[in-house]
Each structure stands twice: as structure tokens, then as C-alpha cells.
Design a binder for this molecule. Structure first.
Ligand SMILES: [Zn+2]
Length: 313
């Protein structure tokens, strides 16, 4: 697993910031998240990004599209701005060599799931054409607030299917949003069921990024309120999510406020690693029934160092 945070600083300073907090993966915005205006990035800054990230020890870079975007909106102006912005975001992500662009589909604002999907599909088709072989478009699951699309695996699967199972379309699962939309990520067997179902409906090879956040609101609340790690209702049990065997090849990105309210920091990164350690200790413990495992060799190597390896392709 790679350990990352959403950091400030944009294309100019995010790699250095991520390195400072002890991350080996990073997520960033490539424009101010509060405004539509897309900056004219200096091509030299974009061209040098990958090398700066490498020297800061960063092994995975994810761009997050701004939250103003809504691809399911019945409003033409908002829809048009959303498509243009995501297009520019993808172009910038390709220019810096990012692994993916995470975005929220948005809300149908009362027009219904099917109507929202009919709006989103052609928008995303256009944007997918701008992705490169190594920079994917990643749909994030929603907390289920209002008419947001992507609240369940079934909805995510429907998006993938309607986009003809595009080879550069993937998924980002957020632990807080899963919890808020009713998936108990603190229960090992519920989490296993969730991943079985993900694999059956979508295919686990499309799961490319994890967002690791605690939640201020209860299971199934449909409210999107991130809490600092260990300070919300998921608490220590976030270790179950982080420790799951099938999630070990992924970058895990913290998107919390941190101690100063300024985003992921050293403290959050330390907590992230500690929770992962706790969770992987659990999954390394013999889970099989006595007898069936008696003759199995004990050597399991050092999972920590082995799982650092980045997934390829
Ligand atoms: Zn998220």
C-alpha cells in the first residue's frame, strides 16, 4: 500500500509538501477548488512535476477534480462548465504524468438517477477520449447525499457499463462515503462481501485508488462529513479497511482537515501507517481452521516491504 494525502500547493508545490509530511503518494487540485477559472499552467512546471515528485519520494499522483462539477445536472450552463473543467483537468493530469483523475459524478438534482445518467454518459465519453494510457478517469463513490450518483456498487457498475467498459475508466472508493452510504467497512466480512460484489459487478482491476477518511456521521447517514483519522465514528476500525488483503496494491489517500485544518499532515500520515499496521497484523494472523493450516510453512516474508511495490500499468 502507498500512503498519501491530499495536499495544498497545486502543481507548483504539492510534491514537496507531500514529501514533507512523509507521504509516498499524493493527491492535488490543479486549480482553485472554489472557482471555475482554469489557470494557464506554465508548461515547464508541468513538465518538471514528475521528476520533482520522484525526488520527493512520491510513487503515485492523483488529481482531484473540483467539487463544483456536476455531470448529472439538468442545467446546461453548469453541465457545460463541468465538462470543460474536467477536460482541462485531465489534460493537466496527463501533462504531469498523474495516474488518475478522481471526480464525483454529481447530483441529478431531483430529475432521477436515469435522467442523471443520461446526462453524465456523453459528458464522460468526451473526457475519456482525452485520457492517456497511464492517466485514468476515476469515478468516486458518493455518500448518497441528495440526488448524488454513485452511492452504491450497482450505480457505479451501471456507469461503467454505459461507458462501454472503457479501458481507462476506474473507481475510487472512499471509506467515509462507503460508511455514509451504508457499507460497514469496519466489519471484515461485510468488507469482503463488498469486494466480492465489486469484483463480480465491475472487476477489482478497475479499483485504482482509496480515499481513507473517518466519518463524523453514522453508518448509513448519507452525509459526507470527513473526520480526522481516529476522531470519527469509524475510529480505530479503519484498520479493517486498510488491512484488507485485496486493497494492498493501492494508494491510500487521506483527505481530512488535519490538526491545523489545512489538510493532510504529518500526524495524519503517522496515524494512517499505524492503522494499516494494525489492520495487516490482523489479516496476517492465521484465519484458517486448525488442521488445514498445520503443515503450511510459516514464512510469510515481510509484507510491509513487499506491498510497497507499485502496481504496474
Ligand atoms: Zn473522497
Amino acid at each position: 500500500m502507498l500512503f498519501g494525502g491530499h495536499v495544498s500547493g497545486g502543481v507548483k508545490a504539492a510534491p514537496e509538501r507531500a514529501g514533507e509530511i512523509g507521504a509516498n503518494a499524493l493527491q492535488l487540485f490543479v486549480q482553485s477548488p472554489r472557482a471555475w477559472r482554469f489557470p494557464n499552467h506554465d508548461p515547464e512546471v508541468l513538465g518538471g512535476f514528475a521528476e520533482r515528485a520522484r525526488s520527493a519520494g512520491i510513487e503515485a499522483t492523483i488529481v482531484h477534480a473540483i467539487y463544483l462539477c456536476n455531470f448529472a445536472s439538468p442545467d446546461d450552463e453548469l453541465y457545460g462548465k463541468s465538462v470543460a473543467t474536467l477536460g482541462s483537468t485531465v489534460d493537466t493530469a496527463c501533462a504531469i504524468g498523474a495516474d488518475g483523475v478522481v471526480f464525483h459524478v454529481g447530483s441529478h438534482l431531483g430529475s432521477g438517477f436515469e435522467a442523471g445518467l443520461k446526462r453524465a454518459v456523453p459528458a464522460l465519453e468526451q473526457v475519456l477520449e482525452r485520457c492517456s494510457d497511464t492517466t485514468w478517469l476515476l469515478v468516486e463513490n458518493s455518500a448518497g447525499t441528495g440526488g448524488t450518483i454513485g452511492r452504491s456498487l450497482e450505480e457505479l457498475a451501471m456507469i461503467v457499463e454505459r461507458l462501454d467498459v472503457h479501458p481507462r475508466l476506474g473507481i475510487c472508493l472512499d471509506s467515509c462515503h462507503l460508511w455514509a452510504s451504508g457499507y460497514d467497512v469496519t466489519d471484515p466480512s461485510a468488507l469482503d462481501e463488498l469486494l466480492d460484489r465489486f469484483d463480480a459487478l465491475i472487476g477489482l482491476d478497475r479499483l485504482r485508488v482509496l480515499h481513507v477518511n473517518d466519518s463524523q456521521t453514522e453508518l448509513g447517514s448519507n452525509r459526507d462529513r470527513h473526520a480526522n483519522l481516529g476522531e470519527g465514528l469509524i475510529g480505530d476500525k479503519l484498520s479493517v479497511f486498510l488491512g484488507n488483503r485485496r486493497l494492498q496494491d493501492l494508494p491510500a489517500i487521506v483527505e481530512t482537515e488535519g490538526q491545523q485544518g489545512k489538510g493532510a499532515d504529518e500526524v495524519e500520515m503517522r496515524k494512517l501507517r499505524a492503522l494499516w499496521k494494525k489492520g495487516t497484523r490482523r489479516t496476517r494472523a492465521p484465519a484458517r481452521k486448525r488442521g488445514s493450516s498445520a503443515r503450511r510453512p510459516a514464512a510469510r516474508g515481510t509484507r510491509g516491504s513487499r506491498s510497497r511495490g507499485r502496481r504496474s500499468g
